[in-house]
Design a protein around this ligand. Sequence first.
Ligand SMILES: *Cc1c(COP(=O)(O)O)cnc(C)c1O
Length: 368
Amino acid sequence: MDRTIRMADLANAPRALRAAETAAVARVLASGKWILGPEVAAFEDEWASTCQTDAAVGTGNGLDALEIGLRALNLGPGDEIVTTSVTAFATVLAIIRAGCTPVLADIDPATALLDRESVERCLTPRTRAVVLVHLYGQVSALAGWASWAQERDLLLVEDCAQAHLASWDGQTAGSVGAFGAYSFYPTKNLGASGDAGALVTSDEALADRARRLRDYGRDGHATHTELGMNSRLDEIQAALLRQRLAWLPSFTLRRRVVADAYRAGISNPLVELLPMPAAPERHVNHLFVVRSARRDDLMAHLAGNSIHSLVHYPLSIHDQPVGRALRRDPAGLATATWHARQCLSIPCHPGLSDADVAHVITTINAFT
Ligand SMILES: *Cc1c(COP(=O)(O)O)cnc(C)c1O
């Protein structure tokens, strides 16, 4: 095999998609309307209906979508928010930037998603919300989490940055919580050609407040009703996202075919696969993650066979230099720490050929 199999292949979009993207950028350049114009409005409508919500609010990135949503819910100083220690740092940073106190819970060893019992140990009278992270593209019992939260008078928030189009029993990621935060960072399942994000919600008041917060706290024109930020999705990125959105279902299907081939073909006692979800739409295979007690050796073996891999994440949040002082499950976060030492993400994206997938399988099965 003479070419490297990468974790993402952003420079090689299908020719028809690249042509549509180029035309879309030209259209926006010619329009002279570059911030909060018709492309953003159209993308927001399309993304809201894709997510089965009434509204979407475009933001500069996924971190800001989460911070803006939390602030729009009136969460702030004194409020505790429980989330997982196995996530992108942005999840926890958004909670801190909103002025809230993050409390880190442990994961279910099978899926690496938030563990309900650990969350319960994290609850205090100050707990106001739980942020679910749909890690690696998986969703878990959305309706079950929603009723659990409602019974406890807690808000449920969804970090959907890895889970575009994932659904649980007909409910799309982002449509169950008070809001869902999406990132369109280039490597996400729906990626812009730069930074972009959005929050989705069916709470019109929350959407209105988020629209103000992303635009300095401006009330429509020049009246500032609160202190916001500058985090607007721009017209070029929105136009590019609209082109990619048309391809998202087929890209998602291709990820599933690749993941199914890995699940059927990888067989090595040194490599553990995470379980397949009971229904395929519960996992959009943003990342295909395996575990191995000899993870670093496996990574080197793959690299020696021209296959890139990455670790998501080498350190759980509580093991980060800036995470060590954060509040957490009083019973500890042993599963999160264990998972971080063993997990490895192997290439899983629509740009992989069948030959690439076969080479990855053969190489992993030959690991000794
Ligand atoms: C990527 C990601 C984010 C942050 O998104 P940005 O657009 O990079 O700010 C937040 N949470 C999770 C789980 C992510 O994967």
